[in-house]
Design a protein around this ligand. Structure first.
Ligand SMILES: O=C(O)CCC(=O)C(=O)O
Ligand SMILES: [Fe+2]
Length: 157
């Protein structure tokens, strides 16, 4: 935010990141890792994710935009002992996948920080004032979440 020239006070940050959920992911070992599916391409439905991963590796983030040719670039995020990976969620549209190349199992613990359900999300007013237009329309976070979950349910696997 600071790089965008916007300073959010604590109450605004709480509203935008106050819904916290912890997941514990276990990826069972597979004798043929080339065949494992892992976690398919997605962005997290939240504002910011703090992720603790073990030393197995396998997390990749997408560099650049998706092209219609499907030649996406994936950059591996190597595990660093004791470090948290800070991943931006849908607010900044960071896509990632998990695909281990190890025959050992893998564990990760993401803490998702999302807006409170009734909070209005959209372009920050400070940026709209600066740029003269809003890049995103406003909507209630709960509606956005429900829309995505509904969309996901309809998508064939
Ligand atoms: O296991 C990981 O490293 C990331 C998992 C993930 O992307 C997620 O749970 O949304
Ligand atoms: Fe994720």
């Amino acid at each position: 935010m600071t790089n965008l020239g916007v300073k959010l006070d604590d109450s605004r940050l709480d509203a935008l990141m106050g819904l916290r959920t912890v997941h514990m992911n276990f990826y069972p070992n597979c004798p043929n890792p080339e065949l494992t599916v892992g976690v398919r391409r997605h962005s997290d439905i939240c504002m910011l994710t703090m992720l603790l991963q073990d030393d197995i590796g396998g997390l990749y983030v997408q560099r650049g935009a998706t092209s219609s040719l499907g030649n996406e670039q994936w950059v591996e995020i190597p595990p660093i002992h004791g470090a948290l990976v800070i991943n931006v969620g849908d607010s900044l549209q960071c896509r990632h996948i998990v695909q281990t190349r190890s025959i050992s199992s893998r564990v990760s613990v993401p803490l998702f920080n999302a807006p409170l359900p009734m909070i209005k999300i959209g372009s920050l007013p400070e940026l709209v004032a600066r740029d003269g237009f809003a890049r995103y329309r406003e909507l209630i976070y709960e509606e956005y979440m429900n829309h995505l979950l509904e969309k996901g349910r309809k998508k064939p696997l």
